[in-house]
Design a protein around this ligand. Structure first.
Ligand code: CA
Ligand code: CA
Length: 204
């Protein structure tokens, strides 16, 4: 029975992968986590929010700090972590590559409290309302083949509660012409063969 279960599991995995590839074709393109670079010192010179070759050697790796309840990304700046009690402004950036352009790329982000977010130097979030909130933007037109830069400056500017802040970003993209990966089809075939074989054995 163990082998039947494992084959059935393989079949389920295969079907799941097929479903994800065929229906969703949506993928997480970029999300705040510890692959980002952060600094609490104002960047010197241009390019921090637009250039993949910007010299960010003085920046730190973001500490992956905590789950933001109810949201799909990690907060890379939180009341409990990096620069939390020493700074009221941080800068963050990440370079990511694209081999093909998505037909849709949607950004969701949150700042506590305010900030500007850029895609390849284009400001797509301009949040200066003075309190914590989320923002949404269609960033599809601003992406390019090859290297892209997502970057933001975030500030905690509502000091009534002391140092309390967070910043996170999440981009989901959809690509055209996605087809099931060969491995998915192989798993489905393996799973179905296993089910048939098992039924033959058990007479079910
Ligand atoms: Ca705000
Ligand atoms: Ca705040």
């Amino acid at each position: 029975m163990k082998s039947f279960r494992s084959l059935l599991r393989a079949a389920i995995v295969g079907v799941s992968l097929l479903g994800a590839a065929a229906s969703g074709s949506a993928a997480v393109l970029v999300v705040t986590n510890n692959t980002w670079q952060v600094t609490a010192t104002a960047p010197a010179g241009a390019g921090w929010n637009s250039s993949a070759s910007f010299d960010a050697s003085g920046w730190e790796a973001a500490t992956e700090l905590y789950d933001v309840p109810g949201y799909p990304a990690k907060g890379i700046w939180s009341s409990a972590g990096q620069y939390s009690t020493t700074q009221t402004t941080i800068w963050a950036r990440k370079v990511f590559g694209l081999a093909t352009l998505p037909f849709s790329a949607m950004l969701t982000n949150g700042f506590d409290d305010d900030g500007d977010l850029y895609i390849n130097g284009v400001k797509v979030v301009d949040d200066h309302n003075g309190f914590a909130n989320n923002s949404y933007a269609d960033i599809t037109p601003f992406l390019t083949l090859g290297n892209n830069v997502i970057a933001f400056q975030a500030s905690d500017n509502f000091p009534v509660w002391g140092f309390n802040h967070s910043a996170w970003a999440y981009v989901e993209a959809s690509f055209a012409n996605q087809v099931p990966e060969p491995i998915s089809l192989a798993l489905i075939g393996l799973g179905l063969a296993g089910i048939v074989a098992s039924r033959r054995r058990t007479g079910a």
